[in-house]
Design a protein around this ligand. Structure first.
Ligand code: ZN
Length: 662
């Protein structure tokens, strides 16, 4: 794009735009025309958050603000290249994008149409105004910055390719009766040629010269799958999660100590994490925060002085929370403290001894069998002292105080799938939600805690906050290629249980849903009867059901970016569904409203139309204030996404209103 040329061209040609009163006059006409169009053709008010893309001097933005719209403008001289750059706005941010006399200046529109779609909310509208080449063949290229001509057909096709829904394509008339827009397309343009006005572009209609030849194209964004549009590509393909697992994998973590702090520091470098500290000895319900465990080194040396088992080779070699030892002993004495997996002779097991004072080493069964009678030097250079328990907490404030809790554990040493896959998925999800913060209905609380004791600590210190938790998930074991598994909350019929099951059914993946059981991970604390929070657990292979669970084989080869990316998208979809699962009230409950009069029978006839009308009837009938869109989806068998779209159409027609479900 020759940005400067466009600018110069506008400024030199259009003298009317050079005085404030001239600009106000033109912007007023533009505003009135759009208001007229929205009211009479789209049946919705010209209101909401507007982005004027290619806003020139920004005076239309200013004008919109005086009319009560929340408007923002971006022009080509802002340094944002429409063909290549991302627009500087979050996803789903605007209701309307005004794209006036710009598209014909752009050679490759794929970036900007993708970006328009990204920044518009589901149901959002893009208004495109551009010359109709059918009637401007002779004059189109008089403007040297015009690159691509459109006629109504080519504009429709283009937008269809980019999966926009056509609301209207016709004549751009300024301050004319809305009746013109209801005429057949050809007639509109014929009339336009004799109307005493040309709306060629914003600042310089050749006033009262006749031949209105400009197209008004209005398109909407259908139901958006938050996550598929505009999501971070690196999270979608799992590469950022995989790389973070790689970085965190070597650290020796336990429920307390420097390994947890190092891990939280790394996460804190990626998202604004608050790192909390609870002192050893603090009473937390029936438990006490344990001593802090740290380890520098550990080994078993044979009589030749060779380290035959070495903590520095694998942090799994030492039983977590082992007390310090420094002793010489025979093989038979040592064997009491050695642990192996005879069934998996190549793998080192992962064992812990948090709450009874003991020490031990883990090694492969193959190595164990080679051990000879000898005098062994056994050293564990660890400390168990007063200190603290650390955890990380991240709160993203949405519009409501109601919260979604997302929790994972940071207490496992080198385990890629168990623990780290959940940790890294939640880091990516937090980044994604921070990006979408302005549009979030719920607030989100992320916990990066040591398993069990961490959730007990959090619950005991935050009892007053638990009533805000409306939904929750524990994230772990999400990087292997196993089928998805959902463990329901103790409530069993909570909204999160409904939604996860529905999203899994729609996903096309194989999956399994298990009822709640009181063993496993932190869900057991959140779902203890004194709290009974709606917190489930969504994993791929379930912990302790896969062979590599708690062994050295739960390593970087066991997890893949592909599997992590799939899991991430599934979590995103669940969040998206939660955010959109609204409850409505039918405003016309006594018998069906007359849909035909409102143009709502319009699409009836084709296969798609049939579904639309059933969706409308289901939403109207069930919206008595008690059923959410998900309830209606489950009962009707119509997809959630279709029902969300239907409900927003009905809201626009004043047949439905959103309410808070009791
Ligand atoms: Zn585990």
């Amino acid at each position: 794009m020759k940005d400067n040329n466009i600018k110069k061209n506008y400024q030199s040609q259009h003298t009317l735009a050079e005085t404030k009163s001239g600009r106000d006059y033109l912007n007023g006409r533009l505003f009135e025309t759009l208001t007229n169009f929205f009211t009479h053709i789209l049946n919705r008010p010209f209101k909401g958050k507007l982005l004027d893309l290619g806003c020139g001097d920004g005076s239309f933005v200013e004008y919109c603000k005086t009319q009560g719209l929340s408007a923002t403008g971006l022009d080509i001289d802002s340094g944002v290249n429409f063909e290549h750059n991302r627009l500087p706005y979050p996803d789903n941010h605007f209701d309307i994008v005004h794209f006036y006399a710009v598209i014909e200046h752009i050679n490759d529109v794929s970036n900007i149409l993708g970006e328009i779609k990204r920044v518009l909310r589901a149901g959002g509208i893009v208004i495109i105004v551009t010359p109709n080449f059918d009637y401007t063949v002779k004059t189109f290229y008089d403007d040297p910055t015009h690159i691509k001509p459109y006629n109504p057909r080519s504009l429709s096709y283009l937008m269809r390719i980019f999966k926009f829904k056509e609301e209207f394509v016709g004549l751009w008339t300024v301050k004319k009766s809305s009746l013109i827009w209801k005429l057949p397309l050809k007639l509109q343009f014929l009339i336009g040629r004799v109307l005493p006005f040309s709306g060629k572009n914003r600042y310089a209609p050749k006033i009262l010269t006749g031949k209105s030849t400009t197209i008004l194209g209005v398109f909407s964004v259908g139901s958006k799958e938050m996550g598929s549009v505009g999501a971070d590509k690196e999270s979608e393909n799992g590469s950022d999660m995989y790389n973070l697992i790689k970085k965190l994998f070597p650290i020796c973590r336990s429920i307390t100590g420097s390994g947890v702090r190092e891990t939280l520091d790394i996460i804190g470098g990626l998202v604004p994490l608050e790192i909390r500290e609870i002192a050893t000895g603090t009473k937390v319900f029936d438990w006490t925060v344990p001593y802090e465990w740290n380890i520098k080194d550990a080994y078993i040396k044979n009589s030749k002085g060779e380290r035959i088992v070495d903590f520095k080779q694998s942090n799994l070699h030492v039983v977590s929370y082992s007390m310090a030892v420094n002793k010489k002993m025979t093989l038979s004495e040592l064997k009491f403290h050695l642990h192996t997996l005879p069934d998996q002779p190549d793998w080192i097991p992962y064992l812990t001894s948090y709450y009874n004072e003991d020490w031990g080493f883990c090694l492969t069964h193959n190595q164990y069998q080679t051990l000879k009678d000898d005098t062994y030097e056994v050293v564990i250079d660890s400390t168990l002292t007063d200190g603290c328990l650390n955890y990380g907490e991240l709160y993203i404030e949405g519009k409501s105080k109601d919260e979604v809790l997302l929790s994972c554990y940071v207490c496992h040493p080198s385990m890629a799938n168990d623990s780290l896959s959940g940790v890294t998925l939640l880091v990516s999800l937090a980044k994604d939600l921070i990006n979408k913060k302005q549009d979030l209905k719920y607030s989100y609380r992320f916990l990066f805690i040591p398993e069990t004791i961490g959730s007990i600590v959090w619950l005991s210190q935050n009892e007053n906050k638990t009533s805000n938790i409306k939904h929750g998930l524990i994230a772990t074991c999400l990087g292997d290629s196993g089928d998805f598994t959902y463990k329901k909350s103790r409530q069993g019929k909570a909204e999160i249980d409904q939604i996860v099951q529905n999203v899994l059914e729609q996903s096309g993946y194989k999956f399994k849903v298990n009822d709640f059981f009181p063993s496993g991970s932190d869900e057991c604390q959140f779902c203890s009867p004194g709290f009974n929070l709606p917190v489930g657990s969504l994993t791929r292979s379930v912990y302790n059901e896969f062979d590599r669970y708690h062994t050295s084989a739960d390593n970087l080869d066991f997890v893949s970016p592909e599997a992590l990316g799939q899991s991430f998208k599934l979590y995103q979809k669940i969040i998206n569904t939660l955010e959109n699962n609204k409850t409505y009230l039918n405003l016309n409950q006594k018998c069906e409203p007359q849909l035909g009069r409102r143009g709502l029978y319009r699409s009836l006839g084709g296969q798609k139309g049939k579904i639309d009308i059933f969706a409308i009837l289901w939403v109207l009938n069930m919206s008595d204030g008690k059923n959410s869109i998900m309830d209606i989806s489950i009962r009707s068998g119509i997809s959630f996404v279709d029902l969300v779209k239907t409900a927003s159409t009905l809201v626009a027609h004043n047949l439905l209103k959103e309410i808070n479900k009791e």
